[in-house]
Design a binder for this molecule. Structure first.
Ligand code: UDP
Ligand code: MN
Length: 298
């Protein structure tokens, strides 16, 4: 999808978190959605303005990550170490690590104003269940301490690491991530759940973009709603012996079709190096690790 926002939508691109977005800086890509939400790309925002705005509002930003089974040894240290270098530098940050082995969480030196909390979760036997169970666990955490201490929360996969600045320009009431492999595909080809019996189903002609479950976020209230919706839909499907094509990601896509995200992150914010170079990807901020499922999944 190419082209810029029609002028009528410009006013909507003034936002609390980013200052004034300049969609004209990137005529090569789509910089706003049909419902007027910004799609942020490198050079459409000023990170220094976002930084100032966030500091003035004294935000605490949560970052949740699950590291269950072999994902802990394989990915967690690098995820956290690179987050210290690039994630919300200069802001108040609280990491929430969910694992079945709290004692095995690596000790990472944290800058002032940043803390790490570890929450114990049960280890689901199937990797699909580990992934899906995150929605229920996050819902509970958002109703507890995490929800009380954070204003905004980003929820991420652990099998990735930060490469460059991932700052408060991403913040909004609700935030969705364009999937690096699918952002330029025609809508009918997107890998939504198509089985109409599933609560995650989207019919042909439905769906705006294909969003990646490796990064989503928003205010505590919005994420309470999102996680409640997805956990409930996952449970209803399971009760009827159904499992959506891409598990929790299918349900997340259904949620964002029904409740449009307030901000969309370009694939720069979560990029797969296996795709190779793309002219429009200027500064990848998070990079996927290679998929080594044979080592990780039973
Ligand atoms: N995860 C985990 N242990 C598992 C399976 C999943 O900790 O056995 C967590 C981890 O944070 C991982 C996320 O769930 O990044 C989603 O799973 P995965 O990354 O394997 O899914 P994919 O990105 O391949 O769809
Ligand atoms: Mn992943």
């Amino acid at each position: 999808p190419m082209g810029v926002c029609p002028p009528a939508r410009m006013a909507l691109l003034r936002d609390n978190f980013t200052g004034l977005l300049n969609p004209w800086a990137r005529p090569d890509v789509l910089t706003c959605t049909s419902w007027g939400a910004p799609i942020i790309w490198d050079s459409t925002f000023d990170p220094a303005v976002a930084q100032q705005n966030a500091l003035q509002q004294n935000f605490t930003i949560g970052l949740t990550v699950f590291a269950v089974g072999r994902y802990l040894e394989k990915y967690l240290a690098r995820f956290l170490e690179t987050a210290e270098q690039h994630f919300m530098v200069g802001q108040r940050v609280v990491y929430y690590v969910f694992t079945e082995r709290p004692y095995a969480v690596p000790r990472v030196a944290l800058a002032p104003g940043r803390r790490l909390r570890v929450e114990r979760v049960a280890r689901e036997p199937r990797w699909q269940d580990v992934s899906m169970q995150r929605m229920r666990t996050l819902h509970e955490a958002l109703g507890g301490l995490l929800g009380r201490e954070a204003h905004f929360v980003l929820c991420m996969d652990v099998d990735q690491h930060f490469r460059s600045a991932f700052g408060p320009e991403v913040l909004a009431e609700s935030v969705a991530q364009l999937h690096a492999w699918h952002y330029h595909w025609p809508r009918w080809l997107l890998p939504y759940e198509r089985d109409a019996r599933s609560t995650a189903a989207l019919a042909l002609g439905e769906g705006d973009f294909y969003y990646h479950a490796a990064v989503f976020g928003g205010s505590v209230a919005a994420l309470r709603g999102l996680t409640a919706h997805c956990a409930r839909s996952l449970r209803r499907d399971r009760e009827r012996g159904l499992e959506a094509r891409w598990h929790d990601e299918s349900h997340l896509n259904k949620f964002f079709w029904l409740h449009k995200p307030a901000k969309v992150l370009s694939p720069e914010f979560c990029w797969s190096p296996e795709i190779g170079r793309r002219a429009e990807i200027r500064q990848p901020r998070l990079l996927w690790a290679p998929k080594e499922y044979a080592l990780l999944r039973d």
